[in-house]
Design a protein around this ligand. Sequence first.
Ligand SMILES: Cc1ncc(COP(=O)(O)O)c(C=O)c1O
Length: 371
Amino acid sequence: MIVPFVDLKAQYRTIAAEVEAAMHRVVTDADFILGSDVEKFEQEFARFCEAENAVGLDSGTSALELALRAYGIGDGDEVITASHTFIATAAAISYTGARPILVDIDRDTYNIDSEQIEAAITPRTKAIVPVHLYGQPADLEPILSIARKHNLIVIEDACQAHGARYKGKSVGSLGDVGCFSFYPGKNLGAYGDAGMIVTNSKEVADKVRLLRNYGQPQKYQHVMMGYNRRLDSLQAAVLRAKLPYLEGWNDARRRAATLYDEMLEGVDEVGTPYCAEESAHVYHLYVIQHPKRDQLLQHLKDHGVYGGLHYPTPVHLQPCYEHLNKPAGSLPVTEAIASRVISLPMFAEITEEQIEYVCKQVKSFTSTTQF
Ligand SMILES: Cc1ncc(COP(=O)(O)O)c(C=O)c1O
């Protein structure tokens, strides 16, 4: 049996007619740039996130960068985030000219350790960027209270957490701005790159609208230095067709995660994901821990199961961040977790039979390996 890491073709087969009709509408109307599908998707996604405004962008990275820029964050500023994340979280901070200040994570949730944030605050700190990694909300309550105490902005990196909830509330709408990616493999994925910010501040939404479109409130009038970071109308049409399915897909991911949890329970040396009680996890990734994860990854591949590593090298140990002077050993939990995590196949359409097969292969590796 072959079990892919993600199966975008399986999803497409279930929604092909609606997606094709949506794309056809954009093409026949020649409504390609900031057309009505972009506007409608912004309204629909804002409603989904329980936020007042949404602005469509060309990627999740742009969402993070323009959210920071909307608050004037740039040269000389510092922004606190976790090192255990995709590089884009830190890169977006660097693009503005600010310095990412990377702190350690909680060993259960893999999200930023809120108890380590205050020690990282300096007079230059302007914002905190908690990442809802793998689809599990970061512990926002203490983060928001630290931010209020020190007058800092909170920009949620919700690029892996569409539909996740923290204490009953939708992620993305709890901080000052929520940033989403619609990269194809995400829980809500476009057919190319796409992104979005959501915010309850009309002022911030208006600023991001200017920043994404050359700083022009009207054609050929440029009130600030902006960029071309617009959400493409074709992608917006695809995303509109897919959005009504998102809750159902997230439920299917949760069911798949429960099956994995049950089948892997008690398997030697395997650590299954922890889900905080106050959170509704959306399992963008189903990540287990294993002391020999590189060999496990290879064993799975040899048996037709495609896993992934998210992420094998933390941001602070990447060559592009050498200048941050955070050597190996400086973030011990992050480094330990990064050496043990392995992501198993996870997508809404994964079958019970596929999950059984993956778990059988994990068990066969564990029973034949000496520790
Ligand atoms: C946590 C996180 N932040 C930011 C991004 C960047 O999103 P994009 O690839 O749409 O630029 C991603 C997407 O891969 C992500 O997983």
